[in-house]
Design a protein around this ligand. Structure first.
Ligand code: 5GP
Ligand code: ZN
Length: 118
């Protein structure tokens, strides 16, 4: 069953179209939209439509949803022309990872070479 809407959450509002954003993909499970302050030529956020705070908030029953998000990332990457040049998918989960918005989101980044640094 899909998680509930949280009226205090900015990404819930984006998924519902209550706050404007440049949506690149949406279906009954997920929404993808451009990051407000892009850190690469392509920087898209992919979120579940329901409110999950982070990965810790997910359960076994959410496995298909989480897989669906990754498949959406690959599909969007192809559509945005970075399927072959490469891309990175990142989840910042919790304080040490620098999570700032507490609605689970996957960053899809590409369009330039990246180094690996943490
Ligand atoms: P985090 O640091 O939590 O992994 O990433 C949150 C991301 O959400 C940041 O990259 C930030 O630029 C983006 N963001 C925050 N508020 C908004 C918003 O209102 N609209 C959009 N499109 N992106 C946002
Ligand atoms: Zn939310």
């Amino acid at each position: 069953m899909m998680k509930a809407y949280d009226s205090n959450c900015i990404f819930c509002k984006i998924a519902q179209g209550e706050i404007p954003s440049e949506i690149v993909y949406q279906d009954e499970k997920v929404t993808a939209f451009y990051d407000l302050s892009p850190k690469a030529p392509v920087h898209i956020l992919i979120i579940p439509n329901g409110h999950y705070t982070d990965l810790n908030d997910c359960r076994e029953e959410d496995a298909a949803l989480l897989g669906h998000i990754l498949l959406a990332a690959a599909k969007i990457a192809g559509e945005k022309g970075i399927g072959e040049t490469g891309y990175r998918v990142i989840v910042n989960d919790g304080p040490d990872a620098g999570q700032t918005v507490f609605h689970l989101h996957y960053h899809l980044l590409g369009g330039r070479p990246m180094t690996f640094s943490v």
